[in-house]
Write a protein that binds this ligand. Structure first.
Ligand code: UTP
Length: 290
C-alpha cells in the first residue's frame, strides 16, 4: 500500500504580472471565478482528494489568503443575528479545522521549485501534493483525486498532463513519454519550456503534482533553469529512473486563470454549470449574435 497523501502545498508567491492592474494590491489567487476565489477551488479540490494539511507558500501582499481561510467573527455574528443559518453553515463548511493550515513565506519569487522547497519543513518522509490555484480544472472527478488513484497504483510521482498545440510547448514543462497504460503514461524525461522544434512531445504538465519527498534533495541545490528560475521540473527530472514517474491524462477541462482569456473562459464555463446562472448566461451569449 502506498502511503496516503495527507498534505498539499499551494505555492501562491507569484506576482501575477499578466493580470495587472487587478493583481497590484490583491493576490492573483483571490480572483473570483463566478463567486469563489481561485485558491478556494484548489483547497476544495484537495479536500475532495483526502488532503488534511494545507501549506501555503505566500509572499508579500498575500495576507488576504490567510484571512479567507480563517473564521470571520463579524460576518458570522451578523449572519447569525439575521437568522441566515444556511449561509452561515455554508461559509464555515470549507474552512479547514484549526491547526490544519500553515503559511510560510517565499521571501523572493525565485521560481516554482524554490516555492515548493520553502515548504520542506512541513513535509515529513511522505508523498505530498502541489496545486497551482491559477490552473482550474472543471471535471466530473476532481483532478487531484484522479491522480491519487494513479499514485496508489504506481506508488511514485504523478503529474497531470494535457496535449497542447505544438507552438505552445515553450509555456510548459513537457514530458518525453514512455509506455502508455490507458490514461497513464510513463515518463522517460522532462523538459521545461522547450522550443516547439525541440519538445519531446506535446504532453504538457499543468499545475497538479504528486511528489515523493526525495524531490527536496534536488531542490536544495538551488540550481537555476529556464528563465533563470529555480524550476520544479528540473528537480522532478532528476528523480526519473530512481522511482516511478507517471503522467496522468486527466479527465476534464483546464483553464489557465493566470491568463486573461483563460480566466474569462473559466467564468463562463463555471457559470454554465450553475443552475441558477445558466439561463441568464446562455441568453446573454445568444443575444451577442457574434
Ligand atoms: P506563474 O508562472 O503563473 O507566475 O507561476 P506568476 O508570477 O504567478 O504570474 P505572472 O506570469 O507574472 O502573471 C505559476 C505558479 O507558481 C507560483 C505562482 O504563484 C503560480 O501559482 N510561483 C511562481 C510561486 O509561488 N513562486 C514563484 O517564485 C513563482
Amino acid at each position: 500500500m502506498a502511503k496516503p497523501i495527507k498534505k498539499a502545498v499551494f505555492p501562491v508567491g507569484g506576482l501575477g504580472t499578466r493580470f495587472l492592474p487587478a493583481t497590484k494590491a490583491m493576490p492573483k489567487e483571490m480572483l473570483p471565478v463566478v463567486d469563489k476565489p481561485l485558491i478556494q477551488y484548489a483547497v476544495e479540490e484537495a479536500q475532495a482528494a483526502g488532503i488534511e494539511e494545507f501549506i501555503f507558500v505566500t509572499g508579500r501582499g498575500k495576507s488576504a489568503i490567510e484571512d479567507h481561510f480563517d473564521h470571520s467573527f463579524e460576518l458570522e455574528t451578523l449572519l447569525k443575528e439575521r437568522g441566515k443559518i444556511d449561509e452561515l453553515e455554508a461559509q464555515k463548511a470549507w474552512i479547514p479545522p484549526a491547526g490544519h493550515t500553515a503559511y510560510t513565506r517565499q521571501q523572493e519569487p525565485l521560481g516554482l521549485g524554490h516555492a515548493v522547497w520553502c515548504a520542506r519543513h512541513f513535509i515529513e518522509d511522505e508523498p505530498f501534493a502541489v496545486l497551482l490555484a491559477d490552473d482550474l480544472v472543471l471535471s466530473d472527478t476532481p483532478c487531484l483525486a484522479q491522480m491519487v488513484e494513479v499514485h496508489q497504483r504506481t506508488k511514485g510521482n504523478v503529474v497531470a498532463v494535457m496535449d497542447v498545440p505544438r507552438e505552445h510547448t515553450s509555456r510548459y514543462g513537457v514530458i518525453d513519454p514512455g509506455a502508455v497504460d490507458g490514461d497513464c503514461v510513463e515518463i522517460r524525461g522532462l523538459v521545461e519550456k522547450p522550443a516547439p522544434e525541440e519538445a519531446p512531445s506535446t504532453l504538457s504538465i499543468i499545475g497538479r503534482y504528486i511528489l515523493m519527498p526525495e524531490v527536496f534533495e534536488h531542490l536544495s541545490k538551488g540550481e537555476r533553469g529556464a528563465s533563470n528560475e529555480i524550476q520544479l521540473t528540473d528537480s522532478m527530472a532528476q528523480m526519473i529512473g530512481h522511482q516511478p514517474f507517471h503522467a496522468h491524462r486527466f479527465e476534464g477541462v483546464r483553464f489557465d486563470c493566470g491568463d486573461k482569456i483563460g480566466f474569462l473562459q473559466a467564468n463562463i464555463a463555471f457559470a454554465l454549470e450553475r443552475e441558477e446562472l445558466r439561463e441568464g448566461v446562455v441568453s446573454f451569449l445568444k443575444a451577442l449574435d457574434l
